[in-house]
Design a protein around this ligand. Sequence first.
Ligand code: PMT
Length: 404
Amino acid sequence: MCGLQGKRILFGVTGSIAAYKAAQWVRELVKEESQVEVILTEAAERFVTPLTFAALSGNPVYRDMFDEAPDRVMAHINLSRDADVLVIAPATAQTLAKLASGMADNLLTSAVLAARIPVVLCPAMNCAMWTHAATRHNLLRLQQLGYHVVQPGCGSLACGETGDGRLAEWDCVRETLLSVLQTADLSGRKILITAGPTREPLDPVRFLSNRSSGKMGYALARTARRRGAEVTLVSGPVALEPPPGINVIPVTTAEDMAEAVLSRSEQMDIIVKSAAVADFKPISCQSLKIKKTGQGLQLDLVKNVDILAELGKRRHPGQILVGFAAESHNHEQEGQRKLREKHLDLIVVNDILGSRTGFDVETNQVTLISQFFSRRLPLLSKEETAQQIWDAVVAFETPTQLGS
Ligand code: PMT
């Protein structure tokens, strides 16, 4: 699963000034082709109108527990039966308190109590209300009851104070929705992923690097996290936002990356090396800027440590090791050679000659090679490619699925 397309989302809005942000989120969901049905509480209607949500969702809005229109009778039971996930944003302290004690005094709280689908709560309130012992206690109870709580952010609040209690950002909420809708088949696994290029300094202003954007590695990190893994992402310099819920370790040179990876490798269950590590570095970095002399310039380069090969030597029993290879030709032979020589379970061979595959594009075309199979995938988004890689990794843990 890669996005929220086709997902049926029951969206509850309660009475907070942050309700106006919920309107934007409904719009985002509809843009992503989710089907959205909205329930407004009475207090929510003080801040936003049903018409806003009806127009944005393309569906009539539910408000009244006792609506007698034929298709609305028993809405508190039926609405969640037709949904994949129920999200409440913003969720006020009052609604959290009601849900923590199992109250069902309006259409929204009744729908939550009747729901057999995941429920995601996005609290928003004043910071004193958020840190109050009663709210803390309610949140603990809600988590014990299995609700998914998206922690609010810190910042300036509508009341003029600054602190915790700001409605979370949409990216964070979207990631939570994707996680709760995805099978957690990597749950309990510690996964280390490398992403992006390395930079090998030449002088104070110049470096040797490559065209890796980090998109493939970041897609692997996001999707692994959605599948329940604890993810560490060792990232070279990229222009991407750190994905929520992931421990990101920024590095610059191949040597930094080697140190960051090898010092953590022992504790990892799965390691995926999608970074494009520079194979060579200048023999030394000049302390002063190299001047133009009117002549050419010869660079002396030395080999960098091959981190993946080193991981192959050190791997412990049960650890799964996945490498990447960026190849312009002889994909199969090169993939097989690297798989063998670096002691890998799986190698992902990138076709880097196509205009829509490999470096710095949104899509990828890869061949997955293990000792059991060689599988060429079609052109896919990098998130879809990542999901196929995780499917193959999960199959290593359930050997009956290998080769399928
Ligand atoms: O970042 P994007 O723009 O999304 O692009 C994705 C990608 C093309 C960078 C990525 O998918 C990819 O192919 N990464 C591997 C690129 C590469 O360095 O290939 P390679 O054949 O040179 O290296 C083989 C493997 O050895 C790789 O797993 C690499 O991480 C590893 N390696 C290489 C050299 C080195 N010194 N240490 C290493 O660990």
